[in-house]
Design a protein around this ligand. Structure first.
Ligand code: ATP
Ligand code: ZN
Length: 619
């Protein structure tokens, strides 16, 4: 985040240090900077070509309480280059409270966007509810996978979690782990290793249980397979008859100095190779053994991490064995890692384009130009354009952040605890960090450093109570007030009691509503842009250049999580930058010139220049 004024004082906040993987696109950093603070190195690099400006770097989390509304009030504009929704929402709220314009940005691979948010004039960053990360129905993951991603989700969220994560966490693999109707499954818990088993025997038993016995059990439900290809049960003795140690002399050696890797101990080198079923089986058994021998201390606390090589090896192998069983094509470790970690490889060009667009919008804010554009980088040209400027939307009147519209929450007030409400609604959905919850005048919950001991005990006890049994009972018809003092954000939530929820569609047993898409609005004769995230909304006017159904993915967390799709109604009109501040805005609107249709290269619009429009070619 940076601050820019014409007398050139910048502040930048970043909590990260420089990694090797940043160097391909974060041009201010060099190999020698790896490990150092991004904010500090960026400051030094900029000072080398602008020695007379003042820059204050903060190597800190932007959510720290020091960065409060008063801190934000110093600035003329805030530029966001964050990679997660949480921090973005936080900055949005502080900018609204401090009434400072926000230039927000994001990239994912070839996609990118820059949007401008000015309180009262344009929508805020949260006017459009952000999409939840893609989830899959439990039964698809546990019983009827049809894509490789289903096998990956099974391998990392169920099997990996079951073997190496918190044993007390509910896990759908529990369902069948206690079953004792198979000859090999007459123990209480098949996931427990018995004293007389070596690691390979244990690994093979897990293998046979999850890839063999569980599949046979699933096959017995004939109804499921009427219109589906039946999976094939897999047993390790059929795939790998010999003991690993006989085939692979060094399988028992673990080198404590180098991080454990099943690929390394099995001599598998290329992560882009697709392993055969036997190789996957060997990696599965070896990775399992390595976790229990060289990573013993972490067992019970592990969750899948894309940067943990052994975890990626285990998940790749397990997903591939399951894929083979369900007739789904196998994938390389490189591909599996990308899917499991939601990785979209960063493209330097996209980042550079987006950085340039951020500066252009920031200059407009500083000049009080008023002619802001949200610009989207498209993956495929639409009418030969890869950059699509759109006039900003008006604030969404039902946005609970900038319009403070009350929300309503359907919840079972006899079953859900205050803790569920705090975690799943207040923190996860509303993005509050330090919430305070009130029911009328009664304070039910509060977070803060200066709380008395008895208050903390009180609130902790409240967290474990169901809503209807709180000191001030929360039932159908109650209006709760939720507030975050740091963000200066208050939200009223109307409670509706509901008995039953759909397990698949509403697993949280809570439905928050009221924060809806704004209907399409017509803004004079100017570009009229529907605010709907729905891809099915019809558009009010014919596009000049963009196709009606052009879909734009808005990147909300800088990862590959699916972005919101919006239809672009049409190109917005261009405008000049060098207009006087108070000139009639509409006078300065110029139509973007039609671009040369014969030109197939990357086309960039310079729609602020006097020449109305230029185009540039990519190399
Ligand atoms: N709460 C926060 N406070 C301060 N900086 C943050 C916060 N959240 C994210 N950031 C910063 O946002 C930046 C996002 O940039 P980007 O995604 O390009 O870099 P990266 O995370 O280093 O890259 P990669 O995703 O490849 O590891 C990071 O430098 C990160 O430190
Ligand atoms: Zn809003």
């Amino acid at each position: 985040m940076q601050h820019y004024t014409f007398d050139c004082i910048y502040l930048q906040i970043d909590m990260d240090t420089i990694e090797v993987s940043n160097l391909n696109r974060q041009f201010l950093f060099r190999q020698s900077h790896v490990g150092q603070s991004k904010a500090k190195v960026a400051r030094d690099a900029v000072l080398r070509f602008r020695p007379h400006i003042s820059i204050t770097p903060y190597h800190a989390n932007v959510k720290d309480s020091d960065f409060n509304v008063n801190f934000f009030k110093q600035f003329n504009v805030v530029l966001n280059g964050l990679d997660n929704l949480d921090a973005r929402r936080h900055v949005n709220r502080l900018c609204l409270a401090a009434e400072v314009p926000l230039v927000e940005s994001g990239t994912t691979g070839f996609l990118g966007q820059v949007t401008v948010h000015v309180k009262g004039k344009t929508e805020c960053y949260e006017c459009q509810p952000k999409p939840a990360p893609k989830t899959y129905p439990v039964c698809t993951i546990t019983s009827t996978p049809s894509k490789f991603v289903h096998c990956i989700v099974w391998a990392k969220d169920l099997l990996f979690a079951k073997l190496f994560g918190d044993k007390n966490q509910e896990n759908d693999l529990n369902v069948r782990s206690n079953d004792s109707c198979s000859s090999s499954e007459n123990k209480n818990n098949v996931f427990e290793r018995s004293d007389d088993e070596d690691w390979e025997q244990y690994g093979r038993r897990i293998y046979d249980h999850v890839f063999g016995y569980n599949i046979e059990l699933a096959l017995s439900d004939e109804e499921t397979w009427k219109n589906r290809t039946k999976p094939r049960p897999m047993y390790s003795r059929d795939v790998l008859p010999d003991k690993m140690t006989q085939q692979n002399g060094n399988a028992d050696k673990t080198d404590d100095l180098s991080p454990a890797s099943a690929m390394a101990s099995l001599g598998l080198k290329n992560p882009q190779d697709i392993w055969c079923l036997m190789e996957n089986t060997r990696v599965f058994l070896e990775a399992l053994k390595l976790f229990f021998t060289s990573r013993k201390k972490e067992i019970g606390n592990l969750s899948f991490d894309k940067d943990d090589q052994l975890a990626v090896e285990f998940v790749t192998a397990a997903a591939n064995i399951r894929a083979a069983s369900f007739n789904i094509p196998l994938h390389s470790l490189f591909e599996a890692k990308g899917i499991a970690g939601n990785i979209v490889h960063a493209v330097a060009t996209t980042n550079a384009i987006v950085a340039g667009l951020i500066v252009i919008e920031a200059i407009k804010v500083l000049k009080k130009d008023g002619c802001y554009r949200m610009t989207y980088c498209l993956e495929h040209p639409s009418k030969k354009m890869l950059l699509m400027p759109v006039e900003p939307f008006e604030p969404n009147k039902s946005c609970c952040v900038c319009s403070q519209t009350p929300l309503s929450l359907e919840i079972n007030t006899h079953r859900s605890k205050l803790r569920d409400f705090v975690e799943k609604i207040v923190k996860a959905k509303l993005g509050m960090n330090s919430p305070l919850i009130m029911c009328g005048l009664a304070l039910l919950y509060e977070v803060g450093d200066d709380l008395e001991k008895d208050m903390i005990e009180n609130y902790t006890a409240n967290l474990e109570k169901v809503l209807s049994e709180l000191p001030s009972p929360v039932t159908g018809g109650t209006m709760l007030t939720v507030e975050d003092l740091q963000q200066e954000f208050t939200c009223n939530i109307y409670i509706k009691h509901r008995e039953e929820f759909d397990e698949e569609k509403e697993p949280d047993e809570m439905v928050l509503s009221g924060w809806t898409q704004a209907p399409p609005e017509k803004k004079d004769d100017k570009t009229s842009i529907g605010n709907g995230a729905s891809t099915s909304k019809s558009l009010p006017t014919e596009p000049m250049y963009a196709q009606k159904d052009t879909e734009v993915k808005e990147i909300s967390d800088g990862t590959a999580s699916p972005g919101k799709k919006r239809k672009l109604p049409e190109f917005s009109e261009g405008c000049t930058l060098d207009q006087s501040n108070d000139a009639d805005e509409t006078m300065n609107h110029k139509k973007i010139q039609k671009l040369d249709d014969d030109d197939d290269d990357l086309v960039m619009l310079d729609h602020w220049g006097k020449d109305t429009c230029k185009k540039q070619r990519s190399q």
